[in-house]
Design a protein around this ligand. Structure first.
Ligand SMILES: C[S@@+](CC[C@H](N)C(=O)[O-])C[C@H]1O[C@@H](n2cnc3c(N)ncnc32)[C@H](O)[C@@H]1O
Length: 219
């Protein structure tokens, strides 16, 4: 939906928008991730991080600040992301709803991911039920991707819009992760129905855990 002039003017005067410009971050969204990392410390130095719906790259900047040069950050989006100079940051143009995207992601990763992030949003139609359903669909796709690329005990951090479908999604997460928290970062507008879910301690399928144990024994 095209943004109105009033919307654009209001955004440009907004605190986090100005802060992001002043601090050279690519988006105000950067602060939603950095505030949550600062509180829950779920990205660590050396981590492999996959960021789904990463354009223009604000979350990549926040993640790489913590993961550092011993880590690796892969950003994925439908839109091209202006390249980063650091060799430990890669970006690809891909659609998470397409089945072949998972192979593309896996081909870039040095090992299983410690953290999978998703800030993916659909094009907003303005019809609340439609947007909520589309958002949960994208979050579900992000979860399916995370199931394939996360290491056992890894972390998943995902955006949703509040609504009746969210509860079922949270239930699904609770079956697959040790701990699930609902989060509204300060930088997320109070009037927006956007929420984030932090899912800690991925319960990887048995065969995956056995594979990892065997790999450690033979090393
Ligand atoms: C809110 S923006 C992400 C902002 C980003 N976290 C940042 O800090 O710069 C949401 C992104 O999700 C992407 N997206 C939506 N559907 C997608 C899909 N099916 N596959 C990949 N990316 C998608 C959009 O292209 C958009 O760039």
């Amino acid at each position: 939906m095209p943004k109105s002039k009033a919307w654009i003017k209001e955004r440009k005067n907004e605190y986090y928008y100005k802060k992001a410009k002043a601090e050279n971050y690519r988006s105000r969204a950067t602060y939603k991730l950095s505030q949550t990392i600062n509180k829950y410390h779920f990205i660590k130095y050396g981590d492999v991080v996959v960021d789904l719906g990463a354009a223009p790259g604000g979350w990549i900047q926040a993640a790489r600040k913590v993961a550092g040069k011993k880590g690796f950050v892969l950003g994925v989006d439908l839109k091209p992301i202006e390249p980063f100079v650091q060799p430990y940051i890669r970006t690809i143009v891909a659609d998470i709803t397409e089945t072949e995207t998972i192979n593309q992601i896996q081909s870039f990763l040095p090992r299983k991911a410690d953290v999978v992030l998703s800030d993916m949003s659909p094009n907003i139609s303005g019809v609340w039920e439609v947007d909520h359903a589309k958002q949960i669909d994208l979050a579900t796709k992000a979860l399916e991707t995370a199931q394939k690329i996360l290491r056992p005990d890894g972390t998943f951090f995902v955006k949703v819009f509040e609504g009746d479908l969210m509860n079922d999604f949270v239930k699904k997460l609770k079956q697959q992760f040790e701990e699930v928290k609902l989060i509204k970062p300060k930088a997320s507008r109070a009037q927006s129905s956007e929420m984030y879910i932090l899912a800690l301690g991925f319960k990887a399928p048995e065969n995956e855990i056995n594979f990892q144990k065997t790999a450690t024994h033979t090393n």
